[in-house]
Write a protein that binds this ligand. Structure first.
Ligand code: GRF
Length: 217
C-alpha cells in the first residue's frame, strides 16, 4: 500500500500528534508521518516524535528575520520529506496566505470549537461564558483567513452545568484524538474532496443522530 506522507506541525504538547503516531503504526493505516516540525524548541511533541523514530525538526521562528523566510524554511523542510498532506496540530503561528496557498487542499487544521463559531483563542471559556449548550472541535482544510476553510469533521460535546474551561478542554480533546486519525484516513483513501467552500464525501454515511442538551426526559 502506498501511504500518504504527513508533515505534522506543532508548537506544544502534541497529544494530537500522538494520536496520529499511534494510528500510523497500524499496518493497514493509509498514512505515515514523514516529519514533525515545531516552531518551539522545547515542544513536548518533538520528544514524542523522536521516541517514535520520526524526523523531528525545530524551525524556530525567533531565529528568522521575517515570517516569509520562516515559512520558506518550513516549506523546504516539507518538500525535502516529500510531504503530501500537512497536518496542523496545535501549531500556534499565523501562516501567510502565500504559504497557505502553496498547500491549498493539502493542509488541514484541528480547532477546538464548532466552527465557524469561536475562531481564535480561549474557545472553551468563551463558549461557557455564552451559555451555549455544546462545545466541540473541527477539522478543516486551511484557508488564508484564520480558522476558516472547508469543514471535514466535527464533534459536538454537551457543556454541563458545572463545566470549567479545563473540564471542557479535556472532554473535547478526547474527541480530537479520535477524529484526527479518522479525517486523515478519509483524505488518504480519497473519500473526501473539496468542492467550492465545502467538503464532499464518498461512501460515507453523514446521517448521524442529532443531540439535544439538556436531554429531554
Ligand atoms: C488542541 O486543542 C487543538 O484543537 C488546538 O491546539 C491544541 C493542541 O493540543 N489547535 P495538542 O498539542 O495536540 O495536545
Amino acid at each position: 500500500m502506498r501511504k500518504l506522507k504527513l508533515g505534522v506541525m506543532i508548537s506544544g504538547s502534541g497529544t494530537n500528534l500522538q494520536a496520529l503516531i499511534d494510528a500510523c503504526v497500524q499496518k493497514d493505516y493509509p498514512a505515515q508521518i514523514a516529519v514533525v516540525i515545531s516552531n518551539r524548541p522545547g515542544a513536548k511533541g518533538l520528544e514524542r516524535a523522536k521516541d517514535a523514530g520520526i524526523d523531528a525538526i525545530c524551525v524556530d521562528h525567533t531565529t528568522y528575520d521575517d515570517r516569509a523566510s520562516f515559512e520558506d524554511a518550513i516549506h523546504q523542510c516539507l518538500k525535502d520529506h516529500d510531504v503530501g498532506l500537512v497536518c496542523l496540530a496545535g501549531f500556534m503561528r499565523i501562516l501567510n496566505a502565500d504559504f497557505v496557498n502553496r498547500w491549498k487542499d493539502r493542509m488541514i487544521n484541528i480547532h477546538p470549537s464548532l466552527l465557524p463559531s469561536y475562531k481564535g483563542l480561549h474557545t472553551h471559556a468563551r463558549a461557557i461564558e455564552d451559555g451555549v449548550r455544546f462545545g466541540g472541535c473541527t477539522i478543516h482544510f486551511v484557508r488564508p483567513e484564520m480558522d476558516d476553510g472547508p469543514i471535514i469533521m466535527q464533534a459536538a460535546v454537551p457543556i454541563s452545568e458545572a463545566e470549567t474551561e479545563d473540564s471542557l478542554a479535556a472532554k473535547i480533546l478526547h474527541y480530537e484524538h479520535e477524529m484526527y486519525p479518522t479525517a486523515v484516513r478519509l483524505i488518504a483513501e480519497g473519500n473526501v474532496r473539496v468542492s467550492a467552500r465545502k467538503c464532499v464525501f464518498k461512501d460515507i454515511d453523514l446521517d448521524t443522530a442529532g443531540l439535544i442538551s439538556p436531554a429531554i426526559k
